[in-house]
Write a protein that binds this ligand. Structure first.
Ligand SMILES: Nc1nc2c(c(=O)[nH]1)N[C@H]1C(S)=C(S)[C@@H](COP(=O)(O)O)O[C@H]1N2
Ligand SMILES: [Mo]
Length: 320
């Protein structure tokens, strides 16, 4: 990002996504899955079996969301070996090699600020009491590469309602774990740690916005932001903050890591916008990892129909 220019990536094999799509169709067509999900909140026995599944790395979730793209997901290999996670180094291959030092269980998420009842939540409890959904989304990095990723996550809007923000809450701030022992990249000053990102309340409440806890049907690999990370598909990748330990509601705009480190380069909104270039490179095209030719970048990363209304009347050149 600040460090590197977009780089070329060799195409890689994409057999895996096809196999996965077949498995998904199978799940979607099996009535049992739908029943288990609908009943999940009501029956402790099913909850127990769900956490047993989680222990095995699998997750129960509803598939086939109307909000998913029908594009072919990138391979698990691409998604887990080409990452941005500066807490584990600035090279794309660093997180896959080094993120095993992150301990994700037990994990607590602090909810505070402008909420009726600030509290610490055990992640396990949040997952057990939520309906997980699969959402296949495009991810567009500000470095002009992109991927398609089958997330499993919790729609953020439902959680926020449970947290009961006060009427003063206008923004939501998300903070990554700070622990240089587990996250060796934090020993270098490449960013101002901990990594912080934020959304306006209406963005956080948008039905597309997800807190991902899995991908390809299994719990999140560490390098992808385990155990819980934000996914906002119409924004540049850096908004999708990983390994979240704190969700704070505030009345004032959060001081976000990339906007602080390069105010002229990374805005608070960070909406994907092919007509507003990054000062050091064009944003009009992108390379889908695994493909050779570049493709056009779409306004709001292709989610214009769903989200343009959030920004009506705003000057997107100034509020970039
Ligand atoms: N805590 C933290 N979150 C982060 C980052 C990071 O360095 N640290 N990188 C961001 C960037 S720039 C991108 S493109 C996405 C990459 O997510 P992925 O590796 O799961 O594809 O994570 C985002 N979230
Ligand atoms: Mo990114």
């Amino acid at each position: 990002m600040l460090i590197k220019r977009p780089e070329d990536v060799r195409p890689s094999e994409i057999t895996e996504p096809r196999v996965y799509a077949e498995r998904r169709d199978f799940l979607r067509n099996s009535a049992g899955t739908a029943f288990a999900l609908a009943a999940g909140a009501a029956f402790p026995a099913l909850l127990a079996s769900r956490s047993a599944q989680a222990a095995a790395g699998k997750l129960s979730f509803a598939g086939g969301s109307a909000l998913s793209t029908d594009e072919t997901p990138n391979s698990l290999k691409d998604i887990t070996r080409y990452n941005n996670f500066y807490e584990f180094g600035t090279d794309k291959e660093d997180p896959a090699r080094r993120a095993h030092t992150l301990k994700t269980d037990p994990w607590t998420v602090r909810v505070d600020g402008e909420v009726e009842k600030p509290a610490d939540y055990h992640l396990e409890d949040l997952i057990k009491t939520s309906q997980l959904e699969e959402r296949i989304y495009r991810l567009r990095c500000v470095e002009a590469w992109s991927m398609v990723i089958p997330w499993v996550g919790i729609p953020l809007a439902g959680l926020i309602k449970r947290f009961k923000p006060t009427s003063r809450a206008r923004f939501v701030e998300f903070t990554t774990l700070y622990d240089p022992e587990q996250m060796p990249g934090q020993r270098s000053q490449v960013l101002d740690w901990p990594y912080v990102e934020g959304l306006r309340m209406d963005e956080a409440m948008h039905p597309l916005t997800l807190l991902a806890v899995g991908l390809y049907g299994k719990v999140l690999p560490n390098q992808n932001g385990a155990p819980i990370r934000l996914v906002v598909p119409w924004k540049y990748g850096f908004k999708n903050v990983k390994s979240i330990v704190r969700i704070r509601f505030s009345n004032t705009i959060p001081r976000t890591t990339w906007a602080l480190s390069g105010p002229g380069e990374y805005g608070f909104y960070a909406n994907v916008n092919p007509t507003v270039d990054h000062p050091r490179w064009s944003q009009s095209r992108e390379r889908r990892i695994g493909e050779f030719f570049k493709r056009k970048t779409l306004m709001f990363n292709g989610y214009e129909e769903q989200v343009a209304g959030l920004y009506r009347g705003m000057d997107l050149r100034r509020s970039f």
